[in-house]
Ligand binder design. Structure first.
Ligand SMILES: [Zn+2]
Length: 386
């Protein structure tokens, strides 16, 4: 590390050091805006709040319109000469319904903050915003630093994915501020995942009078579920789960229809085509004569393979130690936007937000004392990438 860079890191961290209370105040403001993924007005309101704050500091924010979900907001602090940028990712949407804030808005007990999305990932948004402000306050880095604020991660980033991929192409590194693990660790690996809707068509018949004229969609689905679940292999990390089934009309009618929701998780990009081909084959096989099956992919997340996070993690660990905390890398079966950028081959590290837990529940919490040091470590790691 050059002497220059050390001085820059110190300046950035010194700017952040007295701002813990300000960070918490922003966390409270962001948590207290309902922003379910399907609530465009809500996710846009969070985006506008962030944009107002950043533009008042002289940071350029552009808004990418979206008809269905919240707009994407892209903030950038330009660099001095080097083109290859650094990208920070954060999603503004939560899984909580509109009206949750009214029932249980932001609250605090000692070091623990509570409220919808307080960890996943409004805490991470605060980290990204303050890291970017700190970098702007010291006059920027040799390279541009971009922060993308998306709004549909909790439903698989159907419209966020292309924006994330476009923003990540050619980047020197991507940092995703999803919540830090309860252990205090960051995330160095994630499974890829996909969800599917399966529809089976059969033929109705009176199950007493004309049983053999029928073709049971429920029986066909049941046979497929057994074969789909048999794809699970804990030693390779592949799992399948049919989590929802529906079908049939009455107990005395051979079922003319059945439906299922399937979740698939996998470890590497290379496994994906083979697994999907196998799933399609199972669904389309005519298990019961007279039935047919269709499958539609509902969402797809790509894996964060550890080979793409290794170098960034080592750098982050060093910067964290200099700030005064020790941290390890952790693998999770949960998916996130970081998989999209890692799948492009761009070095990617995840789980850089403040430490939190019980995400997607009423007991979700964020450990406030981790907000400042983890933001400092994030900003210092970015500075070290010159
Ligand atoms: Zn999240």
């Amino acid at each position: 590390m050059s002497a220059d860079r050390t001085a820059l890191t110190e300046k950035v961290n010194a700017w952040l050091a007295p701002r813990a209370a300000e960070m918490e105040a922003l966390l409270k403001e962001l948590v207290n805006i309902d922003s379910n993924s399907f609530d465009k007005a809500g996710t846009d309101a969070v985006g506008e709040h962030i944009a107002k704050l950043l533009t008042s500091e002289g940071i350029t924010v552009t808004r990418i319109a979206n008809d269905t979900y919240g707009d994407v907001f892209r903030a950038e602090v330009s660099g001095h000469g080097q083109n290859q940028h650094v990208l920070m990712l954060g999603h503004r949407d939560t899984v909580f319904a509109k009206g949750t804030v009214e029932k249980r808005g932001y609250s605090r007990q000692g070091d623990m903050a509570f409220g919808p999305g307080v960890a996943d990932m409004k805490g991470g948004l605060v980290a990204n915003i303050f890291a970017l402000r700190a970098i702007k306050a010291v006059g920027g880095l040799p390279f541009p630093v971009v922060a993308l604020f998306t709004s549909d991660e909790e439903i698989g980033s159907p419209t966020g994915q292309p924006e994330i991929e476009a923003a990540a192409r050619g980047a020197r590194a991507v940092f995703n501020s999803e919540p830090g693990r309860v252990t205090g660790n960051v995330v160095t690996g994630r499974k890829g995942g996909a969800s599917f809707h399966i529809t089976i068509k059969g033929r109705a018949a009176h199950s007493g009078a004309n049983h053999k004229d029928g073709a049971s969609a429920i029986e066909a689905l049941a046979r497929k579920i057994v074969r789909l679940h048999a794809l699970t292999n804990y030693s390779t990390g592949v799992t399948t789960n049919v989590g929802v089934i529906k079908g049939g009309n009455t107990h005395n009618t051979v079922a003319p229809w059945a439906e299922a929701e399937l979740d698939l998780r996998f470890m590497t990009l290379a496994e994906r085509p083979g697994l999907i081909a196998e799933i399609e084959k199972i669904v389309k096989t005519e298990d019961v004569p007279g039935t047919s099956g269709e499958i539609v992919t509902k969402s797809l997340f790509l894996p964060l393979e550890e080979k793409h996070s290794k170098s960034l993690f080592e750098l982050y660990q060093k910067e964290a130690a200099a700030i005064g905390f020790s941290v390890d890398g952790e693998f999770t079966g949960g998916c996130a936007d970081s998989g999209f950028t890692a799948a492009l081959g761009v070095p990617t590290l995840c789980g850089l937000g403040p430490v939190g837990g019980k995400a997607h529940t009423d007991d979700e919490f964020c450990r406030l004392e981790t907000l400042l040091p983890r933001t400092q470590a994030l900003a210092a790691t970015i500075c070290a990438l010159g």
